[in-house]
Design a protein around this ligand. Structure first.
Ligand SMILES: Cc1cc2nc3c(=O)[nH]c(=O)nc-3n(C[C@H](O)[C@H](O)[C@H](O)COP(=O)(O)O)c2cc1C
Length: 308
């Protein structure tokens, strides 16, 4: 069989595999991240970290639904100063680490992204897309749904951070390409599309009440894959900066779909949560098998093919 290369790049980020661990899964401490780092992934993304510690939403915060998960974690994290210690422990890790951050304003974003960029990370991912925050809070989606605010956040971060800046978009908008363009114009180096869909809900009919402590949550996993794929396709028609696809990816064929829609790499979350870290090497093998069968030598050769 002809040799194929799984290596790809997202701007200046060089990846040995296009498959990246998505933020929020198996990534809240150094021990977990080290395990994932040796499981075939091209890079790992950290849990989204804020300026201060945050408890998150009341339990239960995760429920399995048909072909996916609903989660209402609510950005629980130890705060950047505490999380620095975890990142320090990752010094020997050979693959890139992407530090995910969230904040409530452009100024706070530049502060926390600046602190993250001082750590052992190759890039920062700006989470302007978390749906699981309370009404009135200006975190997450409240920013990501507003093209002007997204631009302000990106400009503030880019004025402070020299490392790669990736903006993670919410799909819960009427025109995701408009938000993507706004991030690009403001100087984003790359985009991740997308965060969870929602709000979604599950009801325990025996208890006669919502399953999640927070009532509502964001939907992820195979159920959202066609929707996430359409987001990547639409964005790729509009922007020149690299796009990282995310949403429902669980197999090598799923990855190839996202590449053909225009993504240069992908993030995988729910599949790793449900099937553990073995998924990454399996997905790599499946991508390589598809490439050999179809005579693709490198990842780049498949990127955007569905647009022609
Ligand atoms: C339990 C859980 C926690 C998550 N936490 C975060 C987070 O902290 N930051 C973030 O940007 N996305 C978070 N996400 C969203 C994922 O990174 C990803 O965008 C989404 O789940 C879609 O991909 P998937 O279908 O492969 O999971 C979380 C998802 C899940 C299921």
């Amino acid at each position: 069989m002809a040799a194929v290369s799984l290596s790809t790049s997202v701007s200046k980020l060089k990846l040995a595999s296009p498959v990246i661990l998505a933020s929020g899964i198996l990534d809240l401490n150094a021990g977990l991240m080290k395990r994932v780092a040796s499981s075939g992934v091209g890079a790992i993304t950290t849990k989204s970290i804020g300026l201060n510690a945050r408890k998150g939403n009341p339990n239960p915060t995760i429920v399995e639904v048909y072909d996916g998960l609903l989660n209402s974690m609510g950005l629980c994290n130890p705060g950047i100063e505490e999380f620095k210690k975890e990142l320090d422990e990752l010094k020997g890790v050979k693959i890139p680490v992407i530090g995910s951050v969230y904040a409530g304003s452009p100024k706070e974003f530049s502060l926390v992204a600046g602190k993250m960029a001082e750590c052992n990370v190759s890039a920062v991912e700006l989470n302007v897309s978390c749906p699981n925050v309370s009404k009135g809070e200006k975190f997450g989606e409240a920013i990501g749904k507003n093209p002007k605010l997204v631009a302000e956040v990106v400009k503030a971060v880019k004025s402070k951070v020299r490392k790669l800046v990736i903006v993670k978009l919410t799909p819960n908008v009427s025109d995701i390409a408009e938000i993507a363009l706004s991030a690009e114009k403001a100087g984003a180096d790359a985009l991740t599309a997308v965060n969870t869909f929602g709000p979604g809900m599950a009801i325990n009919i025996d208890a006669r009440k919502p399953v999640l402590g927070n009532k509502f949550g964001g939907l992820s996993g195979p159920a959202v894959k066609p929707l996430a794929l359409a987001c990547v396709y639409k964005i790729s028609e509009k922007v020149k900066i690299p796009v990282i696809g995310c949403g429902g990816i669980a197999s090598g064929r799923d990855v190839v779909e996202f590449l053909m829609a225009g993504a240069k790499a992908v993030e995988v979350g729910t599949a790793a949560y449900l099937k553990n870290i073995e998924v990454f090497n399996r997905i790599n093998r499946e991508i390589a098998g598809f490439m050999q069968k179809n005579k693709f030598k490198k990842i780049e050769d498949m990127v955007g093919l569905a647009h022609r």
